[in-house]
Design a protein around this ligand. Structure first.
Ligand SMILES: N[C@@H](CCC(=O)N[C@@H](CS)C(=O)NCC(=O)O)C(=O)O
Length: 269
């Protein structure tokens, strides 16, 4: 359910989004009312955070940063994220940029509907794996045999080794230097390489969701990634049966649908 709120000077509009599908306690509702998400409807990184907020049943104010108009480079937004990327979450005095960091922050501050397993050792291992680089991830039997690594390994692969390689500014640079065809080829090559690794990585753990019967951080990263690339980069998903099956599960989740680009206040239809 969306409801209007007062217009602010920096961005074109803002709304307060509250997912009433989740049964929130009065306490969590009031503690979350100060959350503000700087987002762009087509940004898959923003979608991860919207999906997580929705799963956790947290209300937030939605502020648009129109990437197509270059609003990420405005002096106001630069104060929030000098890297000029969405998403950025503001929670009172706390400003967090980077979707992975935001999800970890939300997990700590709003532990309802956990995105990570509760065991502290597993959590620590999940965090450690974030620094593992892509080449090591796919070549190491060690990582691929440990279930507790997989949950954030997926997040790491997507946020470090797939999405950055097809982000708007990079593709624009490639197009300017080498042309449109090279832009498409570059994006497709890197997405398919990443998806192939994910297929191999998940095959022993996948069930209804990426790592079992519950939605975890891996799914929060996977769902928008699959959705975004299938609509934007013309990827033949028949090559990726596990990811295709997972995507069907995601599309049945109200929280995923509620956080989808088309349902955002800045969506252009
Ligand atoms: N690692 C960052 C990446 C953020 C990112 O790449 N954001 C993109 C949208 S998905 C962006 O703001 N792009 C603006 C640009 O390329 O100029 C995260 O996970 O949040």
């Amino acid at each position: 359910m969306n409801s209007s709120c007062e217009q602010e000077s920096i961005f074109s509009f803002c709304v307060c989004f509250c997912n009433l599908l989740q049964k929130e306690s009065a306490a969590s509702s009031s503690s979350s009312s100060k959350l503000v998400l700087y987002s762009y409807w087509q940004s898959s990184c923003s979608w991860r955070v919207r999906f997580a907020l929705s799963l956790k049943g947290l209300c937030y104010e939605y502020k648009t940063v129109d990437l197509a108009k270059g609003e990420q480079f405005s002096p106001e937004f630069e104060k929030l994220n000098p890297l000029h990327y969405v998403p950025v979450l503001v929670d009172g005095d706390v400003v967090v940029s980077d979707s992975y960091a935001i999800l970890l922050y939300l997990e700590e501050k709003y532990p309802q509907r956990a995105m990570l397993p509760p065991d502290t050792q597993q959590r620590a291992l999940n965090l450690q794996v974030k620094v593992v680089d892509y080449g090591f991830c796919i070549s190491s039997f060690y990582l691929s045999t440990c279930e507790f690594f997989v949950k954030s390994q997926v997040a790491s692969i997507i946020s470090s080794s797939i999405q950055p390689l097809h982000m708007l500014s990079l593709l624009k640079y490639i197009e300017d230097k080498f042309g449109l065809e090279e832009r498409h080829m570059w994006a497709q090559f890197n997405i398919e390489k990443g998806f192939l690794a994910l297929e191999k990585l998940l095959k022993d753990f996948v069930s209804r969701y990426a790592t079992g019967e519950d939605v975890y951080m891996a799914d929060v990263f996977l769902a928008p990634q699959i959705a975004a690339v299938t609509t934007r980069f013309n990827i033949d998903m028949s090559k990726f049966p596990i990811l295709s099956r997972l995507y069907e599960s995601y599309k049945a989740l109200p929280e995923f649908l509620a956080s989808s680009p088309e349902r955002q206040p800045d969506a252009v239809h």
